[in-house]
Design a binder for this molecule. Structure first.
Ligand SMILES: [Zn+2]
Length: 292
């Protein structure tokens, strides 16, 4: 169910215009395919028209995004029934959500940034919600909630985890990815990615298990990136200073296409190995759990 943000008592039901409350007659109208639970439309550098086009290209070209998506999709096919009702939180441009939709899943997206949602709605996502993960209106509503490198942006992670778990039906699943190991922290974590922290596997397990989730898989991936990430954390230490625009560009520099291809095939091999083995360290962490 979706709790009414106006009276906090009623449930929102669907009609042609959008959603309406069965208690207080509040109507949440759909605008440009987006249902908004918050009033926030600040201009955002990464989500203006140019920014979205840049991100889309980056997501479809860069080995890191391609392989992370391949891993996520393979886990959906392994664990979640094809008619599952999915929510992807922090969906950005909707890249993963659209791929899930193409696999036949019933996909909704939730995101803070309005322009990303509009873009995904225009490209075929039927249920796009603008929301704050810390005030998530869904209760026992979805079969699966996904959040890929999202929690690392949020200060109050416990509240976010509680809201994620609340929005999943009993017996449903959560699936997320995280940047791994605080000792891999570098300047770009803060400056480019706006991360609050990097995670350990056991830390993620206890976060979710304390909130009523049984762990199904919790492991690191992108192990082959470790040497580079380690060197990066040493060369680009975060001294907490302000960042100039040219440095931002430098930290965000695009990758050489040949290097990109080499990494893609090298790490693709690792993902195949990961089906049989698990490692203690890596560049990222995958977590899958079930609500009990
Ligand atoms: Zn209401």
């Amino acid at each position: 169910m979706i709790i009414c943000p106006n009276c906090n008592l009623g449930r929102l039901k669907e009609n042609k215009a959008g959603l309406f409350c069965d208690n207080c007659d509040y109507v949440l109208e759909s605008k440009n395919g987006v249902l908004s639970f918050i009033d926030w439309n600040e201009e955002d550098l990464y989500y203006d028209k140019e920014g979205i086009e840049f991100l889309k290209k980056f997501e479809s070209d860069h080995f890191w995004f391609r392989l992370r998506k391949e891993l996520i999709l393979s886990k959906f096919l392994k664990y979640f029934a094809p008619d599952s009702k999915i929510l992807e939180l922090g969906s950005g441009t909707g890249d993963i959500a659209l791929s899930l939709k193409n696999l036949g899943y019933d996909v909704s997206i939730g995101e803070f940034h309005l322009n990303g949602l509009k873009y995904a709605a225009q490209n075929g996502i039927k249920k796009a919600y603008q929301l704050d993960i810390l005030k998530n209106p869904f209760k026992n509503h979805f079969d699966v909630v996904g959040f890929f490198d999202v929690l690392s942006h949020i200060e109050d992670e416990k509240k976010a985890v509680k809201n994620i778990v609340d929005s999943v039906s009993v017996g449903g699943y959560v699936i997320g990815t995280f940047p791994a190991h605080q000792w891999l922290w570098y300047r770009g974590d803060r400056v480019i990615n706006n991360h609050k922290k990097r995670y350990e596997v056991k830390e993620i397990k206890s976060l979710f298990e304390d909130a009523g989730i049984k762990t199904i898989e919790a492991k690191t991936f992108f192990v082959g990136l470790l040497p580079i990430l380690l060197i990066r954390s040493l060369l680009k230490k975060d001294d907490a200073s302000c960042v100039k625009e040219h440095e931002k560009k430098e930290l965000n520099a695009s990758i050489n296409p040949i290097v990109n291809k080499i990494f893609y095939y090298f790490l693709k091999l690792e993902l195949l190995l990961l089906k049989k083995f698990s490692f203690k360290v890596g560049g990222s962490i995958l977590y899958i759990g079930q609500k009990i």
